[in-house]
Structure formats: C-alpha cells, structure tokens
Design a protein around this ligand. Structure first.
Ligand code: APR
Ligand code: ZN
Length: 244
C-alpha cells in the first residue's frame, strides 16, 4: 500500500474523520499501553488507571504521574503524524479528530477540532474547590508531597482523564458518535482498537457506509472489516500522504 493509495482514498472523501490511539504519540516518546513494551506490562492498570483505586490510594496514582507520565509528557513534542493530521484539517480534508490520547499533542500540532474521549492528563482539577491547574505548574508540588494538594484549598487533585470505571465525557462521546455516523471515510491510526466504547466507533462508521482505513504498526481485530490496512508507523504513512 503506497502513500499514493492512501492519499487517493483520503482525497476521495468529502467527510474524513480521524481516530487516534497511543501509537501516533509513540514517536514523541509517549509510551503505548499494550504490546511488547506497553505500559500495562510494567504498571498494573487496575491500580494506575482505575477510579476506585485512585480514591483508595491517590498517592500511588500520583507517584505514577510524577515518575512515569509527567517525565514523558514534559519532553514530548508533536511528531510528523500529529502535524500531518493538523495539515489535513487546514486543507479542509479532515473534518474532525477523535482521540483516545490524553497528551494534548494534537492540539500542540495545531489541530483544532479535537474530541478527547479519555480527557487530558495535562489538565488537573481540584475535586474539593474545582480549581483548575496545568500539570507543568505542579512539578515542584509533586516533588514536595504525595499526593500533591490543591494550591488553593489543600484538597485532592486529579488529572482530567477518564479512569477505568468512569464514564467518558458526554459531549465528546456524543459528537464522536455523530461524526462516526456521518463521515464517509474513518481513518483509525495507532490504536489496538480493543477498548470500548471507543473501539465501536470504527464499526459504527462502517455500518453507516463509510470506508474504513486502519493505519497501525500491527494487526488489529478490525483489520478484516477495513477497506484499507496500512501496516506502518503513523508518521511515515501520513507523511507519505502529504508528500504525494
Ligand atoms: N505508529 C502507528 N502505530 C503504532 C506505532 C506507531 N509509531 N507504535 C505503536 N503502534 C501501535 C501498536 O502496535 C498498538 O497496536 O499502536 C497501538 C497502540 O495500542 P494501545 O497501546 O492499546 O493504545 P490505544 O489503542 O490508544 O489504547 C486505548 O486503552 O488503556 C487505555 O485509556 C487507555 O486510551 C487508552 C486506551
Ligand atoms: Zn482546591
């Protein structure tokens, strides 16, 4: 499959929707979750990505943020894949971008219509006073105390991410479903397509008559129903589209 084939497929669409997972941020140094060197092989998601566990032991969660999440995020910059999607939006080809990622790199690359299904780990909320902070501003606090307390009221802080057991942001999910049902081309990039409800969006698009394109480094459970599968890295597959 060449960049020319992928470009032709995307150019023939009049309502292109992109759907991204951790794989598109891998080349920015953000670890993916599954597979050989996935995060969930080293850290138990039932502890570091679970709502009940967070409220039971917030210090454990925040140590993961301080020692793992934040160091990767602090140094991360958008890569060619993020930039290509922002360019496709500027060209008027890409109408919306649904992401499972919580790193904010699509926005940093210039994408505007971004639907964050799992929230954004760089946005921090105080659960007591509702105060909002950016993770970068809490770096010293994270070094001084675990869990870091709210600078305003001393309350419990939580990143604005959807943990297992929490519901997805209603507005983003509704719009993602609407977009999936009305697009004519659904471009899934860098996702293992195993986590619900996100992974049902490609099927919704397919059932509504859209073409399904999957760009991923390895096979996904939806490859058999895809109209085009590109086994490549996000940045090189998307760079190929723009070069053409
Ligand atoms: N380019 C394209 N794909 C890549 C790249 C790359 N450079 N590097 C890795 N991949 C692929 C992997 O082969 C894998 O199939 O990206 C996929 C990432 O899959 P996951 O790690 O499962 O990430 P994702 O699909 O986003 O997970 C969904 O699960 O744990 C939850 O909330 C978390 O949002 C996350 C959700
Ligand atoms: Zn507070």
């Amino acid at each position: 499959m060449s960049g020319k084939d992928l470009r032709a497929m995307l150019e023939s669409s009049s309502h292109l929707l992109a759907f991204t997972g951790a794989g598109i941020s891998a080349e920015s140094g953000i670890p993916i979750y599954r597979g050989a060197d996935g995060l969930w092989n080293k850290y138990d998601p039932n502890k570091v990505a679970d709502a009940d566990y967070f409220f039971h032991n917030p210090a454990y969660y925040w140590q993961f943020v301080r020692d793992v999440r934040y160091p990767a995020l602090r140094d991360a910059a958008p890569n060619q894949g993020h930039r290509a999607l922002a360019e496709l939006e500027r060209m008027g080809l890409l109408k919306a971008l649904v992401t499972q990622n919580v790193d904010g790199l699509h926005q940093d690359a210039g994408s505007e219509n971004v639907l964050e299904l799992h929230g954004n780990t760089r946005r921090i909320r105080c659960l007591d006073c509702g105060g909002g902070y950016v993770l970068e501003a809490l770096e010293d606090r994270m070094r001084g105390e675990m869990p870091p307390s709210c600078p305003d009221c001393g309350g419990l802080l939580k990143p604005d991410v959807v943990l297992f057991g929490e519901s997805l942001p209603e507005g983003a999910l509704q719009e993602a479903v609407r977009q999936s049902r009305s697009c004519d081309c659904f471009l899934a990039i860098g996702s293992s397509l195993v986590v619900q409800p996100a992974a049902s969006l490609p099927m919704m698009a397919k059932q509504a008559g859209a073409g399904l394109v999957i760009v991923n480094k390895e096979e996904t459970p939806l490859d058999a129903m895809a109209d085009m599968v590109v086994w490549d890295s996000a940045s090189s597959a998307l760079a190929g589209v723009l070069e053409e």
